[in-house]
Design a protein around this ligand. Structure first.
Ligand SMILES: *[C@@H]1O[C@H](CO)[C@@H](O)[C@H](O)[C@H]1NC(C)=O
Length: 170
């Protein structure tokens, strides 16, 4: 009798485990982002799961996303910095946190370089008032590769709602 009770308890326990096991979901980072902008939202919902459900994420990235920091760049001086260059300068080498740089609207005439020692930086603009990061760098003055308006050396850089442009002067 005791044996029978223990046995059914085990069966019940395993049923409970099965019932409450979370659905097994895996994100697939191998499916490329569709070029058609209208399909991006459904691609995102199908392929990018919340952090807690994702597997095999680089531990330093998990830590970085846990300890976020936001700094603001506003041309009118109402943010922490007026230039993106100064905001990047304020981030220490060996940075381990996600640093979200909120960039207000307007044209930023800056040649920006993020050094290899500063990973986990995000440039974030408003979709209704996107900042325009522009520079007239030429191969003559900077060399072809270094003439870019933005050079990003470290891993885990993200940009959203930002216009990157080249201003050509004749
Ligand atoms: C960004 O600024 C540059 C320089 O003023 C300008 O040539 C370019 O048209 C602007 N781009 C957009 C999309 O506003």
């Amino acid at each position: 009798m005791a044996e029978k009770i223990r046995c059914s308890a085990i069966i019940w326990a395993s049923m409970v485990v099965i019932l409450f096991a979370p659905p097994f979901v895996v994100s697939d980072d191998r499916i490329p982002v569709p070029p058609n902008k209208a399909q991006v939202a459904s691609w995102f919902n199908a392929n990018v799961k919340p952090l807690a459900q994702r597997k095999d994420i680089d531990p330093p990235l998990v830590t970085a996303e846990k300890f976020k920091k936001v700094i603001k760049v506003m041309k009118d001086g109402k943010g922490h910095f007026k230039t993106i260059t100064d905001a990047i300068k304020s981030i220490p080498a060996g940075n381990t946190k996600r640093v979200i740089i909120h960039i207000g609207g307007g044209v930023y005439n800056e040649k920006i370089k993020i050094e290899r020692t500063k990973p986990f930086i995000t440039f974030y603009g408003s979709p209704n008032n996107m900042p325009n990061l522009t520079f007239g760098g030429t191969a003559f003055h900077h060399g072809t590769v270094d003439s870019a308006t933005l050079i990003v050396e470290p891993d885990y850089f993200v940009a959203a709602n930002i216009i990157f442009s080249v201003s050509i002067s004749s």
